[in-house]
Ligand binder design. Structure first.
Ligand code: FMN
Length: 173
């Protein structure tokens, strides 16, 4: 799919068809995440693929939304703070940025495969940590439910106008 069309077609899918996602498609999505750039190429991420029904229920208990329970599977994207690059000047940890890029690759790849996703960061962190027994340096960054969208049309994108966010040569607030 042409890139501009792809980003136009991606939207946050919050209603999925009760249809399993093919393993080969999930693997393609994960590969898109794996290919993402990262600071110093440290690749400080883990992608936990949840397809098992019981585990999906347990995950839904970490993010209580009716729509989330319609997803057939979910990729839990984690940042590894032992592996992420920290800028020497101020110690800024780039793990979240790296994870976000990988997630974005995966969301776009999913659209190309006819699938939908939705970023979810508003989950219960403690419950999620317990569920997967994450050690302290592994941070769950986002849930990425994946499935076939239960609608045909793409919603109109609500975005700020270009002039409010693009600055040429100087910054004016
Ligand atoms: C970092 C991040 C966190 C988000 N967390 C949630 C979330 O917890 N629940 C949810 O329903 N949507 C979440 N979203 C989706 C946004 O609401 C959505 O991307 C935004 O409204 C733009 O709509 P669009 O994705 O359909 O273009 C999140 C998106 C991002 C980028």
């Amino acid at each position: 799919m042409e890139f501009r069309k792809l980003i136009q077609q991606r939207y946050s899918v919050r209603n999925f068809l009760p249809k399993e996602v093919e393993l080969s498609k999930l693997e393609t999505i994960l590969e898109a995440g794996r290919m993402a750039p990262s600071a110093v190429n440290f690749q400080p991420w883990h992608f936990i693929v949840v397809c098992d029904k019981q585990m999906m229920q347990a995950l839904a208990n970490c993010y209580h939304r009716e729509w989330f329970a319609t997803a057939p599977c979910c990729i839990v994207v984690c940042s590894d703070h032992q592996q992420s690059w920290k800028r020497r000047e101020d110690g800024k940890d780039h793990g979240d940025i790296d994870a976000a890029i990988a997630i974005d690759h995966m969301t776009l790849q999913a659209v190309e495969l006819g699938l939908g996703t939705c970023w979810v960061c508003n989950f219960n962190v403690e419950k999620t940590r317990k569920l997967f027994q994450f050690p302290a340096h592994i941070e769950p960054v986002a849930f990425l439910p994946v499935g076939y969208p239960n609608r045909e049309e793409v919603p109109v994108k609500k975005r700020k106008p270009t002039q409010d966010i693009v600055h040429w040569n100087t910054f004016k607030a």
